[in-house]
Design a protein around this ligand. Sequence first.
Ligand SMILES: [Zn+2]
Length: 284
Amino acid sequence: MAASAFQAPGGGRQGGPNVAQIEKVKDNLYMITGGGGNTAAFITDGGVVIVDTKLANWGQAILDKVRTVSDKPVSMIINTHTHPDHTGSNEFFGPSVDIVAHENTKMYMQNMDAFKGAGARFLPKRTFKDTMKIGSGKDEIDLYYFGRAHTGGDAWVLFKTPRVVHAGDAFAGKAIPLVDTGNGGSMVDYGKTLAKAFGGLKDYDTIITGHSTLMKPADLKEYADFNNDFVAWVQSEMKAGKTADQAAGEYKIPEKYKGYGMGGDLFGGFKGRVSTAYAELGKK
Ligand SMILES: [Zn+2]
């Protein structure tokens, strides 16, 4: 999701310090919540690897929580995608920290004001296209790109030994997804990309989502089905001659996906998602 959905950080106290929460996921791996997207902190021999840096001005809150579990320096940042609630505090960790992201994410970040001029020092220094292996043994991290979904540069981060995946906002939570078409996202490809991720990621049992609770591989499979079913429904509405607006007014979360949300107001809200699918399908 993008930053504007998260305008009330700070643990609820206006003007107070930003305070995050930390929970242990596995040995050496923690999830830090609050202030934007979920951050992972992986304690390796070479330092602490941070996945996603939340909104701007949340660096100290992240570091305060890291310090409750490790004295090691933060040595690397992995950005799952370009949005400012996932890249906003890169700067806090200083220009010497290694920063890694998908090659498209670097390109999208270069268009953000925060990463122009002096901010360019906090752009990814290393990028990958399909996969990248970082570290070895118990510290191994594997990065994957499975195609367009939330953006056109969504990285999937596998912490090999802890058997945990950070999915970023490709799997932000159980809801109609936000699709940032301006940064390469695709509503029509979304479910296909999730299915590829489900098929391509091996040997893990836990998923850190972009903005929700921890999930299981079966939840990812279900979320792929949910998105593919959604696009199939859009196709049937188009076939029936409905406009995008008419279709959007008719949609109900299918019974088998009870509890799923309709997604946030960003990128045109639910109607925007239907219109995006209509536009994409119309071009095929
Ligand atoms: Zn996002």
